[in-house]
Write a protein that binds this ligand. Structure first.
Ligand SMILES: C[S@@+](CC[C@H](N)C(=O)[O-])C[C@H]1O[C@@H](n2cnc3c(N)ncnc32)[C@H](O)[C@@H]1O
Length: 218
């Protein structure tokens, strides 16, 4: 994409071993955290059609495939060929998961319009320019049914100066500048512009991470 502010497009070794690296760097805590979140917090029902934007290696898709069962489907979109390759390998045995290449800033094919009950973007939304965030809201609005839900797992809007030291180091030394901008992003107003109302919010890791659920009114 040629934009140095953006670091959510992951390629090469990091992409092929994304899930394992995240587990290793968090001393295997992340795996337990995301499993608990997907099983206990997300309101996904049997038969639901779920879309993940920026599916990565497919970890969330696999967790959600259990929940939607044989009558549902989980469609994961990504732009990175390395991520897509690994996600396809990991999800091959799950008949209800489809992994597809698509840039989520671009319009989806109309065959997906009003198709999904649930959309999820996990650890990726912060890495888009403000105008791309708006495009993503608009694209999600198109593919979700009226009353559908949009889940965002990402950094929380907090004052960096008051954040724990480890979080400051993460944001200032290891993250793209868009991640720092996201801490001041008016997520609720942006979501509202596209018809999304916040219906649930939980925060984790000393308020640094949010899991927000929005409901769409068309
Ligand atoms: C940090 S990873 C998170 C992966 C996964 N959602 C998870 O939580 O494990 C971000 C993902 O977003 C994908 N991504 C970034 N920009 C994208 C775009 N414009 N369209 C589709 N996927 C994109 C990256 O390739 C990467 O797989």
């Amino acid at each position: 994409m040629g934009n140095p502010r953006v670091s959510v497009v992951i390629t090469g070794f990091e992409a092929r071993h994304y899930d394992e690296l995240l587990d290793f760097l968090t001393l295997f805590y992340y795996g337990k955290f995301i499993r608990k979140l997907m099983y206990e917090e997300t309101k996904v029902s049997y038969g639901d059609k779920v879309v993940e934007l920026g599916v990565g290696n497919g970890r969330n898709a696999i967790l959600l495939s259990d929940r939607v069962g044989d009558d549902g489907v989980v469609v994961g979109f990504d732009i990175s060929p390395d991520m897509l390759k690994r996600a396809k390998e990991k999800t091959r045995k799950y008949g209800n998961i489809k992994i597809l290449r698509h840039d989520i800033r671009k319009e989806f094919t109309p065959k997906f319009y009003n198709y999904f009950d649930v959309a999820l973007i996990s650890l990726a939304f912060h890495g888009f320019e403000p105008e791309d965030k708006e495009r993503i809201f608009e694209n999600v609005r198109n593919i979700l049914k009226n009353g559908g839900r949009f889940f965002i797992l990402d950094y929380n809007q907090i004052e960096l100066a008051k954040a724990p030291r480890w979080f400051k180091i993460l944001i200032e030394r290891f993250e793209c500048s868009l991640a720092e901008d996201f801490l001041n992003y008016d997520l609720l107003s942006a979501a509202k512009k596209f018809g999304f109302e916040l219906t649930k919010k939980k925060t984790y890791f000393k308020n640094t991470v949010q899991y927000s659920e929005f409901t769409l009114k068309k």
